[in-house]
Design a protein around this ligand. Structure first.
Ligand SMILES: [Zn+2]
Length: 138
């Protein structure tokens, strides 16, 4: 029988290092999302899939006899859960802000809101008493 050249723990340690790297990468996604407060180009559904895979790995790695991978998979799960929470939080805030912006643009176009401060105007009013500026016609 051939002598094993690779320590049996080595594949587990290498995989555990990738798990740690994956957790750091997902935490970087969280950092950027927290900084920008905008959800663009990513999907909660896709991230939920990878989070589910992460939870599977919590059982799977120990089942394979890879305790280090199993331990560091906890970090990936936590990071993915944090990312999902941040995505939902900032997606909803962004949607509400965009709706307010769209409504204000509509009211300005209709001539019933000031284009400078959003204050209420009567139809045909060309001077805003709220911000004391001339209203630009839409
Ligand atoms: Zn105004």
């Amino acid at each position: 029988m051939a002598r094993r050249l690779v320590d049996p723990m080595m594949p587990d340690l290498v995989n555990a290092a990738f798990e740690a790297g994956a957790a750091a990468a997902v935490l970087n996604h969280c950092r950027v999302l927290y900084r920008d407060k905008l959800v663009r180009g990513v999907s909660v559904v896709s991230t939920a899939f990878f989070a589910a895979w992460g939870f599977w790995n919590l059982w799977y790695y120990p089942h394979l006899g890879q305790p280090w991978s199993g331990a560091l998979a906890v970090g990936v799960c936590g990071a993915n859960l944090l990312w999902i929470v941040l995505m939902v939080w900032y997606r909803d805030r962004d949607t509400a802000a965009r709706r307010r912006q769209d409504l204000l643009a509509h009211l300005v176009a209709e001539g019933v809101a000031c284009c400078h401060c959003g204050g209420v105007l009567k139809r045909g009013q060309v001077y805003c008493f709220g911000c004391r500026r001339t209203v630009v016609a839409a």
